[in-house]
Write a protein that binds this ligand. Sequence first.
Ligand code: SF4
Length: 283
Amino acid sequence: MRVLRFFDPWKGELCTCPPKYTLNPYTGCAHRCLYCYISSFIPRAFEVREKPPFFSALIKDLRECDKSLYLSLSNSSDPYPPVERERGITQKVLELCRSEGMPVLILTKSPLVLRDAGLLSKMQAVVSMTVTTPDRAKAQLLEPGAPSPQERLHACALLAQRGIPVVLRIDPIIPGINDSPEEWLQLLKEAAPYAKQIIASTLKLRWDTAKRLSRVFPKFQKTLPFYSEKRGNSLYLERRIRFTLLSSLREIVHSFSLPFSTCREGFLELNDCKCDGSEFLNQ
Ligand code: SF4
């Protein structure tokens, strides 16, 4: 494989993802989320750049790879940065996946995914939309380069109307910032009519993430001592806190009769189905 890679989040022992491929059509991400971890390993992380041409290598990889798996698009950058409007690189990747019969799981925070609804409705695809808070002003602080939560949720509703399975990611949950049950309830009220599943994860803290969050949300510093569980290069919240947070969200999700799962938490008992939304690839 030259372009497609097996998804392996740093051999994360808590990752429960089914085997899958991953591809980032762009390097860097324009959303500039304060909590983003890519700045710890990608230089100029919040500057979107095109990669050297890769389509011919991708065609070869797609012909040779295992089609019983699927492609996660993408894990270290959003596949729909603003420049995608003109460049259409993600769109071309989707066209190739469709013609080669490769199922695709799209992870995004951009309503630009709607542009490709026609294509997605004709292939095996799931859209996983991340919304961390329904509060527009807070989202603007947390994810200054990303479209508003309302635009994202509206796009989800329209995708679902076109028959494309949509799952909602509330990720990351950051205590003191976006862990209020009222906010979760608001998100669920919006998303429940069309979402197939809710996925959640708590913040996995890195040094530069902590600096950015503390600068914009000074109260974040008070919660720093609770990030005491070292896992790889990240600090997790204490297990007890993570379990309590995720269990309360799960209860709210169940009150809407939706399945719930956690991501990289080690709480298999909280997962009602596959952890990443791929459960719905065959629908
Ligand atoms: S959308 Fe994801 S990759 Fe992009 S800045 Fe936000 S957290 Fe990082």
